[in-house]
Design a protein around this ligand. Sequence first.
Ligand SMILES: N[C@@H](CCC(=O)N[C@@H](CS)C(=O)NCC(=O)O)C(=O)O
Length: 269
Amino acid sequence: MSAMADLRIFSYLPNPRIWKATIAARLCGVEVEVVGAKPAELKDWLWDFNARPLTQVEPGALPKPRAGRVGFKGGTLAKTHAFLAAHPFATVPAAFSPDGNVGIFESNSIMRAVARLGAGRQKLYGNDPYEASRIDSFLDASLVFARDSQIYLLGLRDADFPTHIHARAAEAFAVYAAGIDQALQPDRAFLVGETLSLADICFVAELCLFLNERHHRATLAKRGLKPILSEQWREDFPRASEHFNRLLAHPAFAPDVEPYLQKLYARAA
Ligand SMILES: N[C@@H](CCC(=O)N[C@@H](CS)C(=O)NCC(=O)O)C(=O)O
């Protein structure tokens, strides 16, 4: 662990929600330290500012196990009192100020923290209060989509998931993609203003997460349901699709996105 990071993030890894912060950090020169392990391993970790495997924790210092809720249902998690004080919703990704005293939760807000820390170097959060607020508008709209997307992706783990979850996610995606497509009319390069902003970063991260639908094509086929992200979305929302492709290749995005997508397409093939 480096001692001098501007922000520490604890999460399961890899996690596209964290890229919001790491992409922003590359662009505005902020040092972000990422701590964590594979999703299945986090039940054997201490959820804390000093997060570590439980094997490295004194038996007397182990917190009371708590039932996981979202993405960790059916298991228990070891969250310290300090973790719960810093993170009242007890979720990951969980960011901390360098002294561990301030907890920042919700991946969009963790990304905002990075942009604010690096604002002197590059403005990713708008040039004035109006632009910053318009960026917030995109982040709020993205979270509305992300909520339905999360319910759908977690639901797909169960072959008997209720069909309405698919319908709702399809509708949420159509509303979100239409808004993004509209915002890029007629041939805008970025969602807000004339340069890359948090709105663009969030869009790419949420869509990459949604691409995990690919792992469940067999489940969808068995249920007679169509994948929501098929070739059709590229025709329906051409500007959003091109924007996505363009940003995937951007040097600040590629280090996170490329290995992840390569693995995703290889595994899903
Ligand atoms: N909207 C949140 C989603 C965070 C979230 O829901 N995290 C889940 C895992 S996907 C979690 O930490 N669950 C902890 C638990 O179930 O106790 C974000 O973007 O950060």
